[in-house]
Every structure is written in structure tokens, then in C-alpha cells.
Design a protein around this ligand. Structure first.
Ligand SMILES: NC(=O)c1ccc[n+]([C@@H]2O[C@H](COP(=O)([O-])OP(=O)(O)OC[C@H]3O[C@@H](n4cnc5c(N)ncnc54)[C@H](O)[C@@H]3O)[C@@H](O)[C@H]2O)c1
Length: 253
């Protein structure tokens, strides 16, 4: 599918049971990466691995709760065992499609806390569990999935938008703290992209992009995968601390 050769690069993708995470796994494996598909939904992650191995690629799967330190540490141990090391971590898992939307005055405190526990603390927990392996690789790359809502200030889900803004800030710290060990850290901020989760969340998801994007269409999962391949590969070897917005050109309209 891709002419890019990731040359058996060892990659973990979280949130890999479907949607964008599954697409990332499939594109990475098609480019030659050895992929570990991880999700709290281990059945979905196993299906991702099955799709890939059936197509001739390398993928194993496992369960992780990114908000839990022990679970993240166990996942890294398993990935070390199954992949033999780790060059790339894609922090994609998040609470997203099932979130309630309301003016910020009305958001529920327990949901705010859950969003921050998974979307923010989860990225920290996974990355700190993986940092030793990434440093040892001598050529590590962390790819954090945020959202273009950070820049548009999308109304009625401040908890989600704030969590994704935190990821951009955290990525800059990661870039500074890990750069000396040749580990880079970057963000992809997708605009609305057609997945089961986005269709569940937004009644107008199917027409949203066509009405607002410079490219006059919605984002598809493969539009976002291109950014993941770039940051996973050595093409981005002098790029760190950056945020790549992939939204078909909505921000300047
Ligand atoms: N689809 C879009 O339009 C869009 C736009 C911008 C950003 N994003 C981001 O892209 C990513 C993927 O979105 P998607 O549309 O594929 O949604 P999705 O809901 O299909 O993907 C999220 C995945 O994270 C997993 N997950 C949730 N909690 C977890 C936990 N505690 N531990 C491990 N895994 C957990 C879920 O099981 C799910 O498979 C998310 O980070 C989302 O915020 C999506």
C-alpha cells in the first residue's frame, strides 16, 4: 500500500481496536513495521492483528488500560518480549465518541475526571512506561494524537478539548526531556475524520468536512495515517515538538 519502508521498526499503537488506531496499525504494518495493537478492548485489538497477519503483515495484540500504571508497564514488558524492543509509540487511545456534549457550565465533574484520567494521564503513563525502551532504541519516536478542536475551540466539550490541548503541551516537554536520547515527540491533530466514534458523536459528521474544509470533503482514516507514517519514519528524524494539523484546511476558513 505504501512505498515507505519502515524496515521492521517496532511500534505500539494504543486505542487500536478500531477507527483511527486500527488504520494506523494497518498502514504501519503495510509499510513493514512490526506492530503491537493495544486497547482496553482486547477483542477489537485482536481483530486488528488478525486483519494484518491475514494480509501478510506482522502484528500482535494485547490489552491495556492506559490510565493504569501497572497495566502500561505490563504492556511494555510484553511488547519487549514479542517485538524485541521499541522504536515508536503512538498514543492514540482516548475517551472520545461516547462523551456527552454540553455547555461547560453543565459538564459533569465525574466525566471531566475520567477524560483527564484516560486522555491526559494515559499519555503520561504510557510514555513513561515506554521511555526506557524508546531511549535504548537510539532512534525513538512518540506520536501523540490530539485534535484540531484545540485550535477551533469546539464548543460543548471543553473537557475533551482541554485534554487534547494538554497533550500538545506535554509533547513539547517530552521533546525537550528526551531529545538528548534521540527520542523525538510530535503531535498529530486530526480534524473530524469519519470513524464509528465520530459518527456516533456528531449528527452532522458526514457533511461537516464538505461544508468547512478547504478540500471540500471529510477526513478519512487514511488521510491521518500519512502523518503517522511520516513521524514513525526517519523522514522526520530532525522534527520534534511539532504539531501537524490534518483537517483538510479548516482552520483558516
Ligand atoms: N475521529 C475523529 O474525528 C477524531 C478527530 C480528532 C481526534 N481524534 C482522536 O483520534 C483518536 C482515535 O479516534 P477514533 O475516532 O478512532 O475513536 P475510537 O473511540 O474508535 O478510538 C479510541 C480507542 O481508545 C480505546 N480506549 C479508550 N479508553 C482506553 C483505555 N483506558 N486504555 C486503552 N484504550 C482505551 C477505545 O477502546 C478505542 O478503541 C482519539 O485519540 C481521538 O480523540 C479523532
Amino acid at each position: 500500500m505504501s512505498e515507505l519502508n519502515l524496515n521492521a521498526k517496532r511500534v505500539i499503537v494504543t486505542g487500536a481496536a478500531g477507527g483511527l488506531g486500527r488504520a494506523f496499525c494497518e498502514r504501519l504494518a503495510a509499510a513493514g513495521a512490526h506492530v503491537f495493537a493495544a486497547d482496553i478492548n482486547d477483542v477489537g485489538a485482536a481483530q486488528t492483528a488478525k486483519n494484518i497477519t491475514t494480509a501478510g503483515g506482522f502484528c500482535v495484540s494485547g490489552k491495556v488500560d492506559v490510565s493504569n500504571h501497572e497495566s502500561c508497564a505490563a504492556l511494555i514488558g510484553l511488547a519487549e518480549e514479542k517485538l524485541g524492543g521499541l522504536e515508536v509509540l503512538v498514543n492514540n487511545a482516548a475517551l472520545y465518541g461516547t462523551l456527552s456534549r454540553a455547555p461547560f457550565e453543565d459538564l459533569k465533574e465525574d466525566e471531566w475526571d475520567r477524560v483527564f484520567s484516560v486522555n491526559v494521564k494515559g499519555v503520561w503513563q504510557m510514555t513513561r512506561a515506554a521511555s526506557g525502551s524508546l531511549k535504548s532504541s537510539g532512534n525513538g519516536s512518540i506520536i501523540n494524537i490530539a485534535s484540531a478542536t484545540v485550535f477551533s475551540g469546539s464548543p460543548q466539550w471543553m473537557h475533551y478539548v482541554a485534554s487534547k490541548g494538554a497533550i500538545i503541551a506535554m509533547t513539547r516537554v517530552m521533546a525537550r526531556e528526551l531529545g538528548g536520547d534521540s527520542v523525538r515527540a510530535n503531535v498529530i491533530a486530526p480534524g473530524i475524520t469519519l470513524t464509528e466514534a465520530s459518527l456516533n458523536l456528531m449528527a452532522d459528521a458526514k457533511t461537516y468536512g464538505a461544508n468547512r474544509a478547504a478540500l471540500l470533503r471529510n477526513g478519512e482514516v487514511d488521510d491521518i495515517s500519512g502523518g503517522v507514517l511520516y513521524f514513525a519514519s526517519d523522514l522526520s528524524k530532525y522534527t520534534t515538538g511539532q504539531t501537524l494539523v490534518i483537517d483538510g484546511g479548516k482552520q483558516f476558513i
